[in-house]
Design a protein around this ligand. Structure first.
Ligand code: ZN
Length: 506
């Protein structure tokens, strides 16, 4: 007898329907799974067998063939345990499985259901396919509920799923555990704690307002890391579209841990020993890396020069395109990677070049080699280059607190609203930093004074075309923060100040 159960698998950050067909016939007892399954799916045989027996149902001692369709799509992970076990029970007429529900979940040997990754995109696909609902493990409940207008049934045990299928009216919604009010997110770091550093604070505000990449350069103890960690506290709230996109990425990466919609912008801070694949994504079934997990948020690279240069080179294309493509023989997938890059570094190997107190002990050759480690093309893609100096003694002992993040965030949010109106017709652009060269003529016209300032800077600092575009975008953001419809000469002048390293390098 043949049974069919609907399920799905993940491709990139999307889902594709997978049909689970189970045929039981006379023959040597045993179970085979066909249709490009990976190891985890193959191992599902043992889990399914044990779970069915331990739930008190009959596991047929006959020949069982499980076919996953479409056959040319590779299937991965343990999420087919539930649909396969339901297929076996349906093929032996122990339960009836409706075709308008989609099932996924990993089984323990005792029949309890364990959470799986990718539930959000799968629920979204089920809705597109016109399914009535999805049946998921209890831990994935809030994640599946993010998708509106589709029924979500969540269970802790195979036994509960079978009861539900026999008598759907008995289903009770789980009680939502400890819901978090998204509007009162507590940030661990606040600009209130940052003393002095008015130049760096201003740069951080501009970066947040326009979504610009930024690097802090300064001696150890100047507060570079603290400044960077304050960034999430001044970023504008996520739009519903951004929240859904980021949650989808975390769902595929299996990092939602029982939570629903992510409403706080991510802040990812990978260690400098991070490998290329962990940073940009990879694996035989491609998984999102740090740059995708930082999407619509911040990727913070502390001590940038400690990262391997070839690893940093992987960042160049995503920084330009806003996505990363991972190619495999069977399939090629694209993950979103719209992140703000924030980096910090010492100015030289000893850390004190340019410091007012401690002299630098490096040779010019050492400094040159140090800067060579930061590839020019990566620096070209950083809009704001900011020197952070050590605090003076009177600044350290001062009891005055800085302007709190909440106040800065209000200005940033207003500047973002101006940008949302500006880019209402441009689906791919959410903030000034995401403008391409073709948009600059339309959105960043300069008057004569502004243009001559920029031309002077191009000559004096040897700015590349890409770097000069970045000056324009930053000037646009500075004007937005000032609620100025046009870009004034002093906005351009301030933007040019943030090209410190072009001078450093030359
Ligand atoms: Zn030095």
């Amino acid at each position: 007898m043949l049974a069919k159960v609907a399920s799905a698998t993940i491709v990139g950050i999307d889902a594709v329907e997978v049909g689970v067909e189970v045929d039981i016939s006379a023959g040597l007892p045993g179970m085979v799974v066909v249709g490009l399954p990976d190891t985890a799916v193959q191992e599902s045989k043992e889990r399914v067998k044990a779970a069915i027996k331990n739930t008190g149902y009959l596991f047929p001692l006959r020949k069982i063939v499980v076919n996953l369709t479409p056959a040319d799509l590779r299937k991965e992970g343990p999420s087919f345990d539930l649909p396969i076990s339901l297929g076996v029970l349906a093929a032996t007429e122990q339960v009836q499985v409706p075709g308008d529900l989609l099932f996924l979940g990993e089984l323990s040997l005792d029949g309890s259901l364990r959470g799986v990754s990718g539930v959000l995109p799968i629920a979204a696909t089920a809705k597109q396919l016109g399914k009535r609902g999805v049946v998921v493990p209890l831990t994935n409940w809030e994640e599946a509920k993010v998708v509106e207008d589709i029924a979500v049934y969540a269970f802790a045990h195979l036994q509960d799923v079978l009861h539900f299928l026999q008598d759907p009216h008995t289903y009770q919604e789980p009680v939502k555990a400890g819901s978090v009010n998204a509007s009162v997110v507590h940030h661990s770091y606040d600009l209130r704690e940052v003393k002095g550093q008015s130049h760096a604070r201003r740069a951080l505000e501009i970066a947040a307002a326009g979504g610009h990449n930024l690097i802090f350069v300064g001696p150890p103890g100047a507060g570079k890391t603290l400044l960077a960690r304050c960034l999430p506290s001044i970023l504008p709230p996520m739009t519903p579209e951004e929240a859904l996109e980021t949650t989808r990425i975390y769902s595929v990466a299996g990092l939602l841990q029982g939570k629903g919609l992510i409403t706080e912008r991510p802040f990812r801070s990978p260690h400098h020993s991070a490998s290329g694949p962990s940073l940009v994504g990879g694996g035989s079934f491609p998984r999102p890396g740090e740059i995708s997990l930082a999407s619509n948020g911040v990727l913070f690279l502390d001590e940038l020069t400690e990262f391997k240069r070839d690893v940093l080179d992987f960042l160049r294309q995503p920084l330009e395109d806003g996505f990363v493509t991972i190619s495999r023989t069977k399939q090629s997938v694209a993950f979103p990677a719209k992140f703000m890059l924030v980096a910090s570094t010492n100015p030289c190997p000893c850390g004190y070049w340019g410091d007012a107190v401690q002299p630098c002990t490096c040779s010019p050759k050492q400094r040159e080699q140090y800067w060579a480690r930061l590839s020019g093309p990566l620096m070209d893609r950083i809009d704001l280059q900011v020197l952070v100096t050590r605090l003076k003694a009177e600044e350290i002992t001062s009891t005055a607190t800085g302007e709190p993040s909440a106040v800065v965030r209000e200005r940033v949010t207003q500047a973002r609203q101006i940008q949302q109106a500006r880019f209402a017709q441009e689906a791919a652009i959410r903030c000034n930093a995401q403008m391409q060269t073709i948009h600059l003529r339309q959105f960043c016209p300069l008057d004569d004074r502004g243009r001559s300032l920029l031309e002077g800077a191009i000559r004096r600092l040897g700015l590349s075309a890409r770097a000069s575009d970045r000056v324009l975008k930053v000037a646009r953001t500075i004007a937005d923060l000032a609620h100025s419809p046009s870009i004034q000469a002093h906005h351009v002048a301030e933007a040019i100040q943030y090209r410190t390293l072009d001078r450093f390098n030359s």
